[in-house]
Design a protein around this ligand. Structure first.
Ligand code: SF4
Length: 415
């Protein structure tokens, strides 16, 4: 389904930015797939802790990782973080997230400027009044000097107050004043576009500019990006800022990003989840991948299709089997990805009874229909639509896993 669904989606035409570290080249925009990125929440001055978290995010599938660079100690730690990652064989590009003092840090810490693969600049946080243009120019000059792409990342929470005040005055004087929300949306977009134009005037290659205009409300985000997408051809970074915790954060991000991705808008995504205490940071990477995969835009890990269960389900056995298979598939992917190209598009169905079980199982690459209430204790297994076996007894999970392994080995062998 995934590859065919792709043909329904028409991507917005955008310029392509190239983000690189060593031999790892990550393109964003143009004909590149929609990229998954994430951000650490460690103190960047803690070089070991940050390098470990970057490695975990990269191993989970983050193609670009952003780190906060907010203090001299953080800037001083960046080359060491890069070095440790390189020693671990993790060549994921690092993006430095700068606010307020980026112009100074990039100048004072040239090794940091070099070790980063991209700079994020927030035009609302580069300085006030006359300092604003000077400090913005200094950051762009650094990007030109070190040949680094930039993201001009505007945020609802740190909007350029001078620009907003100007637009509010113009609106108040208008014979058809707009609502405050609309004026703020316009200020976000103008801030991004004017900053990008200024960066190009200063000599930065326009292909190397990615824009974002993040807000925290779904409808506002959709409206802002639809407008932004029409008004430029820069590559766009999508994300709902401050999405929140748990299911709220996942649902809000999915709702906003899916609408825009469906319209072909968005070249790289980040899901800004607030982690539950103790939850791994990599969850934001998994959610981003699942958004892209369920929309048929990219494949990352074989998907498990499972029914929700109902009164016909005799036990939680099928839930346990679905969970076990999902965990197993994700766990195998680092090895399978290398040895069995294409396996990431595989579908596995785990169903709870005869009502939809055999039908759904036939549609999947491999499916198992467990017995529901009153059914004989047998679990038919389907491979590419054909019933190949019926499992019985206490070892159904183990035997099903063996069938999955054999299918992968026989179907996705490297050419
Ligand atoms: S497949 Fe069977 S157990 Fe699963 S939800 Fe449908 S009726 Fe219920």
């Amino acid at each position: 389904m995934s590859s065919s669904a792709n043909s329904f989606l028409k991507r917005r035409i955008s310029r392509q930015s190239v983000i690189q570290w060593a031999d790892n080249v990550v393109t964003v925009g143009g004909d590149a797939p929609v990229r998954v990125q994430s951000m650490t929440n460690t103190d960047t001055a803690d070089a070991i802790g940050t390098a470990i978290q970057v490695k975990e995010l990269a191993r989970a599938g983050s193609e670009i990782v952003r780190i906060t660079v907010d203090t001299p100690a953080a800037a001083a730690a960046v080359p060491s973080i890069r070095d440790q990652l390189d020693k671990m064989g993790v060549y994921v590009p690092l993006v430095g997230d700068f606010h307020y003092n980026g112009h100074t840090l990039l100048k004072d810490y040239p090794d940091c400027a070099q070790a980063l693969s991209k700079y994020r600049i927030n035009p609302g946080n580069v300085g006030q009044g006359a300092k604003r243009d000077v400090q913005f120019s200094q950051m762009i000059e650094m990007a030109c000097r070190y040949r680094k792409p930039v993201r001009i990342g505007v945020n609802w929470g740190s909007l350029d107050q001078d620009l907003l005040a100007k637009l509010l005055d113009e609106n108040a004087a208008s014979s058809h004043p707009k609502e405050l929300r609309e004026v703020m949306a316009e200020a976000l977009i103008q801030s991004a576009l004017q900053s990008a134009a200024r960066a190009e005037e200063l000599g930065l290659d326009g292909n190397q500019i990615t824009l974002s205009c993040k807000v925290s409300a779904v409808q506002d985000l959709i409206a802002v990006y639809r407008d932004l997408a029409k008004r430029c051809d820069y590559s766009l970074h999508l994300g709902l800022t401050e999405a929140g915790m748990g299911s709220k954060g996942i649902v809000a991000s999915t709702a906003a990003l899916s609408v825009l991705l469906q319209e072909g808008i968005g070249d790289t995504i980040r899901v800004s989840l607030t982690p539950e205490p103790g939850a791994p940071r990599e969850n934001e990477v998994i959610v981003a991948q699942e958004i892209l995969q369920t929309m048929g835009l990219r494949n990352f890990t074989p998907m498990v299709i499972a029914c929700p269960g109902c009164g016909r389900t005799t036990s939680t056995y099928f839930q346990e089997l679905a969970s076990r298979i999902q965990t197993y598939l994700r766990h195998q992917m680092p090895i399978w990805k290398k040895d069995y190209p294409g396996v990431e598009a595989m579908n596995v169905a785990v169903m709870g009874c005869i009502v939809n079980g055999p039908g759904e199982s036939k549609h999947a690459n491999i499916g198992i229909s467990l017995p529901g209430t009153g059914e004989s204790p047998a679990a038919p297994v389907f491979v590419d639509g054909i019933k190949v076996k019926t499992l019985r007894g206490d070892n159904i999970a183990e035997e099903f896993q063996v069938i999955v392994d054999e299918y992968v080995k026989n179907t996705y062998r490297a050419q």
